[in-house]
Ligand binder design. Structure first.
Ligand SMILES: [Zn+2]
Length: 385
């Protein structure tokens, strides 16, 4: 069964050889979907026949958003903490402990219901691929449970046992790293594709460079790809460690020194920026222009989590990237699609070339520019073909 999608005012392909600019924009376009993949694309007047037609009536069509950084398995929420922060309290990652308590206390069904509701919320806003991390269980059983549940909704699952040092290990960080790199990793690796660590020596709750290296190297030995939370609260070793170890992505990148930018420019690690965090913690945004000027691959993601960024909206992140981080609408849309795919090392998503997965997002607007131009308006949704 093939489907011809017509009435596309503007098709974003992310293939510069197929259209205008880095987004490879084709005006007045059509697209043929067959067997879940793009079979043909081009100007509508050249479109071949197909078994059925779907007319999107003058809307823009983009590759589905790839949200490469999200924490969706948790209990409770932290709305009261958010309110206190807006009244002046600083964010240091300490509030994660309350989510750990609520997550441990929740049943599988409660966690699954929340997870599925968030994935549905994302899809309703145009996200077709989401990465999901553990990190609110912090025991062998609770971390394995989080990843087992995450695997029900995505293949992009990440073991984040090294999110924070849990309360029962206070003052015994080395013992906790031993647990994470030993039996916890062994229990979690069957359900995980990636390992991640909150590398933030400035936080009393997170991990320094040596501990982060130990976590990442153990994950790699277990066959997992590498991701890093780095340089969120202060400059530190996270970014350079990620590049040195060939991590797919280092996320946050808010506080960088020149050596970090140079390392990213010379490596294969994507810099994933998470402006929802700076918005929700009232912090200075990362310098996207500095990274782009150096030739670094920049992705955008939500970091959807109950503490520092409880948004599931990639369009909101695009709008912030443009308004607050100096990215052009084109750069921001690329970062939310092709950039996210690069951060997950995926060639089949994040673009709409022939053979790509038929993950389409449609806008109730004629151009991708409206994503930033009309902030907060629900324009985007994943298209069911
Ligand atoms: Zn995160």
């Amino acid at each position: 069964m093939s489907t011809l999608v017509t009435g596309i005012a503007e098709l974003v392909t992310n293939d510069a050889s197929r259209g205008e600019g880095a987004l490879g924009v084709v005006p007045d376009a059509a697209l043929v979907i067959a067997d879940g993949a793009v079979g043909w694309l081009g100007p509508a007047r050249e479109a071949p026949a197909a078994d059925r037609m779907l007319d999107v009536k003058g809307r823009a069509v983009l590759p589905g958003f790839v949200d490469s950084h999200a924490h969706l398995v948790f209990g409770g929420d932290r709305a009261v903490e958010f309110e206190a922060r807006m009244a002046g309290r600083r964010y240091d990652g300490g509030g994660i402990a309350s989510t750990v308590d609520a997550t441990r206390a929740a049943s599988d069904d409660q966690l699954r219901a929340r997870l599925r509701a968030l994935v549905a919320e994302m899809r309703a806003q145009g996200t077709t691929t989401v990465e999901v991390k553990s990190g609110y269980g912090l025991t062998i059983d609770d971390e394995a449970r989080a990843l087992r549940l995450a695997r029900e909704v995505t293949d992009e699952t990440t073991f984040l046992g090294a999110h924070v040092v849990p309360a029962e290990f206070a003052g015994r960080r080395d013992d906790y790293v031993e647990l994470v790199t030993g039996p916890m990793l062994a229990a979690c690796a069957p359900y995980a594709s990636w390992v991640d660590v909150f590398c933030e020596p400035a936080s009393p709750h997170a991990f320094d460079g040596d501990a982060s290296r130990a976590v990442l190297e153990a994950g790699r030995r277990a066959g997992l790809g590498l991701r890093v939370h780095g340089n969120q609260l202060a400059a530190g070793p996270g970014v350079r460690l990620a590049v040195e170890l060939g991590a797919a992505s280092v996320d946050h990148c808010t506080h960088l020194v020149d050596a970090d930018v140079d390392a990213l420019a010379g490596g294969t690690t994507v810099a994933t920026l998470l402006p929802g965090v700076e918005f929700s913690t009232r912090s200075p945004y990362p310098d996207a222009r500095r990274l782009l000027a150096a030739g670094v691959t920049v992705a955008l993601a939500t970091d959807c989590n109950p503490g520092s960024s409880f948004t599931s909206s990639m369009p909101f992140c695009i709008a912030m990237a443009v308004r607050e981080m100096g990215m052009t609408p084109s750069e921001a849309v690329w970062g939310a699609t092709a950039g996210g795919a690069a951060a997950l090392r995926r060639a089949d998503i994040g673009h709409l070339g022939v053979g790509a997965r038929a993950d389409l997002t449609v806008l109730d607007a004629p151009s991708y520019r409206h994503l930033a131009y009309r902030p907060g308006v629900p324009l985007a949704r994943a298209l069911d073909v």
